[in-house]
Design a protein. Structure first.
Length: 277
């Protein structure tokens, strides 16, 4: 039960249709009691919990399963991070194929719903990326490709190092996103490095070109920085799908619902969605 006075302000019966994915264990150590606290206070505004990097591979299986069970008890989906890249470079030929299958089946066994398919550190042909999507779907999991424009993205590398790596063509990224949508991917994650993270200045024009091409329904922007997710909400409204740290879940939802925020968005974020029928 929320504070009654809020019902007269803005939020009665309202939950933004924009999806929120939160970062779980990685920068913070998170056990079932920690996650339970997060879900009890903010679970109503969380759609997915992501185990960033390879954090889940370091945890005891029992502890990992406890976390996925807690998330599911709050109707929150559970996603891997981009660990598939480590799997792909661990073998060659038939061995690589077997390792991928073992990874995917293990993810399913411990309670993951979604497997993130990133390629920030590796060079992966588009057709092979598509084959991975098909394989994830065949095993009964959701595939969430992560695409971006930055070579070497995914590990919070220093800005100077990323600048020396260079960036990919934006139109190529858009074409990848369009292909993954046609393949049935519900969400494609957009890597923040090269766009809003570890760059001399944010490149929101890249996000604009992508949204102009495919809309917002099937894409989710990494935005674990209040200045960044505020800009996305300010520009595209509360329905844009965003990935943030678990510590930012309520801050983001307050912004989505228009009940709090910085001066440039305070009281200005609104929606109009009349019910029909």
């Amino acid at each position: 039960m929320r504070l009654i006075f809020l019902d007269s302000v803005k939020t009665a019966g309202f939950q933004s249709p924009g999806l929120t994915e939160i970062r779980g264990p990685y920068y913070s150590i998170m056990g079932k009691r920690y996650l339970q606290d997060v879900m009890e206070t903010a679970g109503a505004y969380v759609d997915s919990l992501k185990f960033a990097g390879g954090s889940f591979t370091l945890m005891p299986t029992r502890s990992l399963r406890e976390l996925t069970d807690v998330a599911h008890s709050y109707d929150v989906q559970v996603s891997t991070g981009g660990f598939i890249e480590r799997i792909l470079v661990a073998g060659a030929g038939r061995q690589r194929i077997d390792l991928v299958d073992k990874y995917l089946t293990t993810c399913k066994e411990v309670g993951f719903d979604t497997v993130e398919l990133s390629a920030g550190f590796i060079t992966l042909p588009s057709d092979d990326w598509a084959r991975l999507v098909d394989r994830v779907h065949a095993i009964g999991l959701k595939a969430k490709p992560e695409v971006g424009i930055q070579f070497g993205a995914g590990g919070d590398t220093a800005t100077s190092q990323l600048e020396s790596e260079g960036t990919k063509d934006v139109e190529s990224m858009i074409a990848q996103v369009e292909r993954f949508i046609t393949m049935g991917c519900e969400i494609i994650m957009i890597e923040s490095e090269g766009i809003t993270e570890n760059v001399p200045a944010p490149r929101f024009n890249v996000a604009s070109r992508l949204i102009n091409a495919v809309g917002t329904e099937h894409i989710m922007f990494e935005a674990a920085d209040p200045r960044v997710f505020t800009e996305y909400i300010k520009t595209y409204g509360p329905n844009v799908n965003l990935f943030v740290d678990h510590s930012q879940a309520l801050q983001l939802e307050a912004l989505r619902q228009g009940i709090w925020g910085t001066m440039d968005v305070w009281g200005r974020v609104v929606s109009y969605r009349p019910k029909h029928g």
